[in-house]
Design a binder for this molecule. Structure first.
Ligand SMILES: [Fe+2]
Length: 224
């Protein structure tokens, strides 16, 4: 297992929605209106920074698996899917020259990147369906030890944002990026364990690791 990495769990927005959201969330008419908006917003992300588009699909897929594993309601699963898809929407307000910069970022550039949760929330506020998604967008960089972007501590960070946070960090480690190779699953899990109770929710790490092991069983390939 230590030498395995994950393949992308999902590569298609339509498939994610049809297979993971529609079957558990009954209001098809409302869902389809929401999906039209989400698709337009995801197109903006894809055009601005394709890597963020794929990352967002991965985070949504992993987050949905966790939400289902926790027995959340159909509407909560849908909102977690949307939160995963749009958590980095605010990065479209950051110049792609910064997002794609191969060299070390300046302090000013980091400041711009650190604004993306707030910018994403502002971009989503006009959408009536997004009320329960906004906390995931705004708080996905919080840490349970209070050292995140806004300094919220464990009990203050919404559960949905804690879910997105783990999926976000895991995807950054487990999948190949233009600038870094995927880390073996064993290393990703060690990193989650090392940071449980600091960056990550203790209980959610315990839930998340077996879920990725299950995904691995059907989607993994051996690297060494
Ligand atoms: Fe982010």
């Amino acid at each position: 297992m230590a030498n395995q990495t994950l393949l992308f769990p999902v590569t298609c927005l339509q498939a994610l929605w049809a297979e993971e959201v529609e079957p558990v969330c009954g209001n098809r008419e409302r869902n389809s209106l929401i999906f039209d908006d989400v698709t337009r917003l995801m197109d903006i992300i894809r055009q601005h920074h394709p890597e963020t588009f794929q990352h967002s699909l991965n985070v949504a897929s992993l987050s949905v698996a966790m939400a289902k594993g926790m027995g959340l309601s159909g509407e909560e699963v849908r909102d977690v899917a949307i939160g995963g898809l749009l958590h980095d929407l605010g990065k479209t307000a950051v110049p792609s020259s910064i997002l794609c910069k191969p060299a070390k970022l300046t302090e000013g550039e980091w400041q711009q990147i650190r604004q993306h949760p707030i910018r994403g929330m502002q971009m989503l506020e006009p959408f009536g369906w997004a009320a329960d998604v906004l906390p995931m967008v705004l708080y996905h960089h919080e840490r349970v030890d209070g050292r995140g972007y806004h300094g919220l501590t464990e009990g203050e960070i919404p559960l949905s944002a804690r879910i997105i946070c783990i999926a976000d960090a895991f995807d950054a480690m487990a999948f190949t990026r233009p600038y870094q190779a995927a880390r073996p699953l064993g290393q990703c899990w060690e990193e989650l364990e090392r940071n449980r109770g600091a960056q990550f929710d203790v209980d959610l790490v315990s839930l998340f690791i077996p879920i990725t092991a299950d995904i691995c069983a059907v989607n993994a390939f051996c690297t060494g």
